[in-house]
Ligand binder design. Structure first.
Ligand SMILES: [Mg+2]
Length: 402
């Protein structure tokens, strides 16, 4: 029996902030888990250090499901992003350990390949339509078969999804930046650039768009209907998902596929959306939805209703999460697509990952476990710096969904 002997939590900001859990077994096997909750990092770090680490010491590292149930049911207080991210970190680290003990990459433990590679989409953006078109051309040249497109809405400073430098990083200030928002201006503008992309580049690749929770259900219905001829792969988060019945209204009006779930953290949070067939893609991720064990359960439920997977994979997930996602994506029968934004070079100095991009797809490392190493020494050069996501306000000054 190989017991958990140490549980260490690292918080560092190599390019952006990451919380990383490292478990060590009595046999000296290391397992890594991502515990990053963008803008609330220290809450999960404390949850792990103060409340979870003491419970893990001495437990059999092979009992992944039992430890998941123990941490979930044993906390009494269930669900929520802090709890589910902490459990996810432990679960991911235990799969990493199991792979190393077995001498197999994690995807082999999950049933082996269902496909040759993991189709990914990345983010094209522009401060205006011509620069967006140039960016789409660049991603096409890089070999992407699926591209998300976002352009600045004229007159709306800091529109969601528009890159300033080489890497899109919305969590950029030590206190939340407040950004203006106009639904009217967005609804007038966004369909025109999606149409311009199809006009210039045709339909030989998947085109995606993220509404980022900004519309009411009827506005989202109007948007989806308006862009139907663009044949989007999906419109993402058209309206906030707390009121899940509202997706029925959107469905009544449009055949544009819907993707939801990056802020949802458990199978119970997506149950209604899936079983009522209100969405086409579920965006829950390894790190925020309870790890590989729980995400696989969500994906299996989704498969019964022909809902496909489309996990969140922005740079606020560490390379540990990305690797775990690629191992899982490779195996699930109802895989749809995986979001992928390459990490900053500083991030890759700290996380050495064997995940590789080729011809629009990601491929997992073939070494045992997840195939990612954490360089503690390199991380010391990037001390934690708090950074917050922006807050949106309508033009009359009232708070909107960011
Ligand atoms: Mg999104």
């Amino acid at each position: 029996m190989s017991n958990i002997e140490r549980a260490e939590v690292f918080v560092a900001s190599p390019g952006r902030s990451f919380v990383t859990l490292r478990l060590t077994t009595s046999d000296g096997v290391l397992g890594l888990g991502d515990a990053t909750l963008n803008g609330r990092e220290l809450a999960v770090a404390s949850y792990l250090r103060d409340h979870v680490a003491p419970l893990l010491i001495g437990r059999d590292s092979a009992r992944i499901e039992d430890i998941w149930q123990y941490l979930y049911r044993g906390a009494y207080w269930r669900r929520g992003p802090v709890t589910m991210t902490a459990i996810a970190a432990v679960d991911t680290a235990l799969w990493d350990i199991k792979g190393k003990v077995a001498g197999l990459p994690v995807y082999q433990l999950l049933g082996g390949r269902s496909r040759d590679g993991v189709l990914v989409y990345s983010h094209a953006s522009g401060t205006d339509v011509p620069s967006l078109l140039d960016d789409v051309a660049r991603f096409r040249e890089l070999g992407y078969h699926a591209i998300r497109a976002q352009a600045a809405v004229p007159g709306i400073r800091g529109t969601y999804g528009v890159r300033k430098g080489a890497v899109y990083e919305p969590a950029a200030t030590s206190l939340p930046e407040e950004q203006p928002w106009s639904t009217e201006a967005y609804l007038d503008h966004a369909p025109t650039y999606l149409e311009a992309i199809r006009e210039r580049f045709g339909f030989g690749f998947h085109l995606l768009h993220d509404v980022h929770h900004r519309l009411t259900p009827i506005e989202a219905a109007r948007f989806g209907k308006r862009v139907e001829d663009c044949r989007l792969f999906w419109m993402e988060d058209p309206t906030p998902a707390e009121n899940q019945e509202s997706f029925q209204l959107i469905r009544q009006h449009t055949t544009t596929p819907i993707a939801v779930g990056e802020v949802l953290t458990s199978i119970w949070d997506v149950q209604h959306l899936i079983t009522e067939q209100l969405i086409d893609y579920v965006r829950t991720s390894v790190v925020h939805a309870g790890g590989i064990t729980h995400l696989r359960r969500i994906f299996d439920l989704a498969a019964l209703y022909q809902v496909r997977t489309g996990s969140h994979g922005a740079t606020d997930l560490s390379p540990v999460s990305l690797a775990a996602a690629v191992h899982l994506d490779l195996t699930v029968p109802n895989f749809g697509i995986q979001e992928y934004m390459p990490h900053a070079p500083e991030t890759m100095e700290v996380f050495r990952s064997g995940v590789r991009f080729e011809d629009g797809m990601l491929h997992p490392p073939e070494e045992p476990g997840l195939g990612v190493e954490y360089d503690e020494k390199a991380a010391e050069r990037f001390p934690y710096e708090p950074r917050y996501l922006p807050v949106a306000r309508r033009l009359d000054g009232s708070v909107h969904d960011w």
